[in-house]
Design a protein around this ligand. Structure first.
Ligand code: ADP
Length: 230
């Protein structure tokens, strides 16, 4: 069953920077419903990436609760958290993090391979996803042969491989020209319309408006809700 509800309750995250405490999150609370596309905006340093990392179990909250479909991420062992992440959550980052020696389809299939499946068995799904993101004619290309927008679409296909319930995207258009960025945003919107929960960090108000809801993060706290984008 694919759901995709996220709850963050009074989440704090304090980093230790050379002995000095940096409070990146200071009591952030947020609920994202299954299938919702929620954008997180805020000035640089407001804690957006930290919040996304904590929601996705890439980093632990110092205090507070994060639940994905009712599962308290802090209750999982490191191994279970890794497994949970691989099966329930997809990630897209500003820099595409693709392996230069692998083709587009191999890059898309890689996380599933790390989860114990054979690369050759994963090819049909990887190809299907690349077709879905408009790269059906690029499946055997390597990253150096692809544009930024195409690389991000490979990264999106990779994020979708495990059919996650939730997609977490950190500035996915931050490194793209506006046309390529728009194409990526349209794909994210389509994914959410098909039931995927999408949480996207961006500092671009136009990008944020593609979501159903825009959350404003200020100094590590969620500001009161804004009205949905029209
Ligand atoms: P944003 O994504 O809104 O720019 P971040 O979540 O990246 O904000 O950062 C919030 C605050 O936490 C900033 O002051 C940043 O310098 C600090 N920070 C982020 N990651 C770390 C880290 N790994 N170690 C120390 N401080 C960090």
């Amino acid at each position: 069953m694919r759901m995709g509800m996220i709850e963050a309750l009074d989440v704090h995250k304090t980093y230790d920077r050379g002995g000095a405490a940096v409070q990146a999150l200071r009591g952030a609370s947020l609920t994202v419903g299954a299938g919702e596309f929620c954008s997180i905006m805020g000035p640089s340093g407001s804690g957006k990436s930290t919040l996304l990392h904590v929601l996705g179990g890439l980093d632990h909250a110092t205090e507070g609760i994060v639940r994905v479909d009712g599962v308290d991420l802090a209750s999982l062992s490191d191994d279970d958290l890794t497994r949970f992440r691989r099966r329930h959550l997809g990630f897209v980052f500003q820099f595409f993090n693709l392996l230069p020696s692998m083709t587009a389809w191999e890059n898309a299939a890689l996380p599933a391979m790390l989860d114990g499946q054979r690369l050759s068995k994963l090819k049909p799904r990887a190809v299907e996803l690349l077709e879905r993101v408009g790269l059906g004619d690029r499946v055997n290309h390597r990253p150096a042969q692809l544009s930024g927008g195409q690389l991000q679409r490979v990264a999106l296909a990779r994020a979708l491989m495990a059919d996650p319930a939730v997609l977490l995207a950190d500035e996915p258009t931050g490194n793209l020209d506006s046309e390529s960025g728009r194409a990526v945003l349209t794909l994210l919107r389509t994914c959410s319309e098909e039931g995927l929960t999408v949480v996207m960090v961006t500092h671009d108000a136009n990008a944020a408006r593609v979501g159903h809801r825009v959350i404003d993060l200020r100094d590590g706290v969620v500001s009161p809700a804004k009205s949905p984008a029209v």
